[in-house]
Design a protein around this ligand. Structure first.
Ligand code: SAM
Length: 348
């Protein structure tokens, strides 16, 4: 194990088989060693600064039927909502004085949010707040659509690859969704000059260690600017309702591996990680994460954007409670910065 960890630290690259061994052979000592090296890497690039992103969940309508997701189209128990342009702008108006300099618009694949509407909102945010970054996370769209959104001012796009293994992808998604198209989207986004984020759920149903090894190799090779990983958590109105949730421990272990492999990557301690363990967010930071994404959505809709059971949206998870988050972070030696928090391109 020690040899593999040293190779990862020195060469920032392992074979798929070695990634598999690293995950399979994990122990408390290996986790501690990885976390320490990951913190060292994060500190060398970003110091003890943590970037914040204001998350605006713009719609829970979705045309897709992903088996794991609480807002899948066949969930008839979800109360659907979509925000108006004005409501989205109000979220930004509330977030800006709190210190947010990145707004993330995330939602299900909702045809209402066509290019014209999203471009209009993105360009209005950029006009009102020129010193902010706009991140979109609106799923799979065409090249032309991504191009239009980029030209309207979108800077970043989050689209988790979910799993880099075709057979596993097919067990998590209905057949009209393919890994091939996901990869096409990620490549299109990259070619259009977005800062791109991929990622996956930890311990999603049927996920094997070989699948995780493939995910890590994909992240190494694709080299995204951002990477979102969080534990899978079942939702009671999905076919996966009886599946086990992923662990905070394995999520943190993987965060450390990704940080060591990619010193500059923007790596969030996700809401799912905070939802599965009370101190999940802080553990994520101590494992190498450097981003948190508090919720800026209107209070009235937060409960409805229910991707999985017991999703956090209050306390330090809420953008309005930034002071609480600041206190928690300062207790482990980190500070929130009021900054766009772009990917650091310097060669470390
Ligand atoms: N529609 C966009 C997309 O597909 O990228 C953005 C919204 S989607 C709900 C955001 C992410 O939530 C997905 O990429 C998935 O990894 C995560 N997610 C969905 N259901 C989840 C669950 N049950 N547990 C943990 N994460 C989940």
């Amino acid at each position: 194990m020690q040899k593999i960890i040293e190779k990862l630290y020195n060469q920032r690259s392992l074979t798929e088989e070695e990634y598999g061994k690293l995950v399979k052979g994990r122990s408390r000592e290996a986790a501690e060693m990885l976390a320490e090296l990951a913190r060292k890497r994060a500190l060398s690039v970003y110091g003890s600064k943590i970037f914040i992103r204001g998350l605006i969940e713009i719609s829970n309508y979705c045309k897709n039927d992903c088996l794991y997701c609480g807002i899948r189209r066949s969930n008839k128990n979800t109360q659907r909502y979509r925000l108006t342009k004005q409501e989205i702008l109000d979220c930004c108006e509330e977030g800006y004085p709190l210190g947010f300099r990145t707004f993330v618009m995330q939602g299900g694949e909702d045809a209402y949010f066509n290019d014209e509407r999203v471009c209009d909102i993105v360009s209005e945010i950029k006009k009102r707040y020129p010193d902010t970054a706009v991140t979109l996370s609106l799923g799979e769209r065409s090249y032309e659509s991504y191009k239009a959104l980029r030209e309207a001012g979108a800077d970043r796009y989050l689209l988790r690859h979910e799993t880099a293994s075709c057979d596993h992808y097919a067990r998590l998604h209905p057949k009209e969704l393919t890994l091939e198209n996901r990869m096409r989207c990620l490549n299109d986004l990259r070619s259009l000059g977005y800062q791109v984020g991929c990622g996956f759920m930890v311990q999603s149903p049927y996920q094997s260690i070989e699948n995780i090894a493939k995910d890590l190799k994909f992240i190494e090779e694709f080299s995204p600017e951002m990477c979102g990983i969080g534990p899978f958590i079942p939702h009671l109105d999905t076919p996966f309702k009886d599946e086990k949730a992923g662990s905070a421990e394995l999520t943190c272990y993987l965060l450390s591996i990704i940080r060591i492999m990619k010193p500059n990557i923007l790596l969030p301690a996700t809401t799912a990680l905070g939802s599965i363990a009370g101190d999940g967010r802080l553990k994520g930071i101590l494992s190498g994460a450097n981003v948190v994404m508090p919720n800026l959505s209107p209070q009235s809709v937060r409960r409805k954007y229910s991707l999985y059971n017991n999703k956090l949206y209050t306390g330090a998870e809420s953008a309005q409670a930034l002071e609480e988050l600041k206190k928690q972070l300062s207790s482990i030696g980190y500070d929130i910065v009021c900054d766009k928090g772009d990917f650091n391109k310097t060669n470390i």
